[in-house]
Design a protein around this ligand. Sequence first.
Ligand SMILES: *Cc1c(COP(=O)(O)O)cnc(C)c1O
Length: 381
Amino acid sequence: MGMRLSRSIVGKAEADAVARVLIEDGYLGIGDEVHRFEEELAAYLGVDPSRVVTVNSGTAALHLALDAVAAQADIPPGTVGEVVVPSLTFVASFQAVTAAGLRPVPCDVLPETGTIDLADAERRITPRTVAILPVDYASNPWRIDETYAFARSKGLRVVEDAAHAFGCLHHGRKIGSFGDVVCFSFDGIKNITSGEGGCLIAFDEATAQLASDARLLGVENDAKQRFAGQRSWDPDVHRQGWRYHMSNILAAIGRVQLKRLDGEFGPARRRLAALYRSLLESVEGVAMLKTDPEDYIVPHIQPVRILGGRLRHVKDALAAAGIPTGVHYKPNHLLSRFSCGHPLPATEALYGELVSLPLHPGLVEDDVRLVCKTLASALCS
Ligand SMILES: *Cc1c(COP(=O)(O)O)cnc(C)c1O
């Protein structure tokens, strides 16, 4: 089989865990397995388990985070709250904002990292702004401390889209161990997968409670009951909720993957990314995205910049050699649904340069060498 851009790395351990739930547990919904996964995520991140809310996708995590933030904000009736979001992100970030009844306001990114440009974000703030939604683009927690300080100085909430950044550290602190509301994705190709799934970490207790209830149709304290093997037979509901909870099947996969991250997936992804960097850094016409040497990055994707207007040529040459590439991402303000009145020059320029190269723990170093050789010779022709 040919080289893949990305893929799930799952095997017998995950299959055994699923079989155990299917055959022995007798309950596939939200129960003991999910409870354990939440406790293990909390232990991994070093946070209180009550602040970890697992759900059935990263998009659901973002939606519930933004829904809770909107509920807690002072949005005058008849006004739509706004969220400043870098345009260079998966459309999930934008759809989650509108799903929560808020308006996404696209902002620019830094050309050297693809992460939020705080100077531009500042220009997008209005009296209606309730939050900013920084994205750890390509798993890069670039100056995330500064982003939190910026939000604090403006009185804004932060919903961090850390879908790429599970297992990463910023200046020695794990992403998800600090912040306001941090959202992870465990979809099939992320740093760890639970099949589909995700979670949010809310450092404010009320935010965590709102999100935990909203994932189970707004039934208050239902997760707590279910983790105790019970149900809320006399429930109360005050707010809109959704069916966003994680299932025991997904949690069983996630628990195995979490154990494999630091010893296996993390080092493999880092080794391949380091090889890409060393082979491409000196190639004329290629620019690598900048990272902070004090950060520990487990890269989910491998975007590089192709300079001099040669992106199309490079992509064609890689395709002709049977090497798949991706685009992360078409900027959201260029999509019909999210088009806005203002241009975002750095985002648009970067979009004209970005190509994502194959990256997943199933690749071998010779694959990376082949990609880099093909790319370098395309730039010479
Ligand atoms: C994957 C991803 C999401 C959404 O996660 P799902 O689990 O696929 O719903 C959100 N934002 C970004 C940047 C992502 O890469």
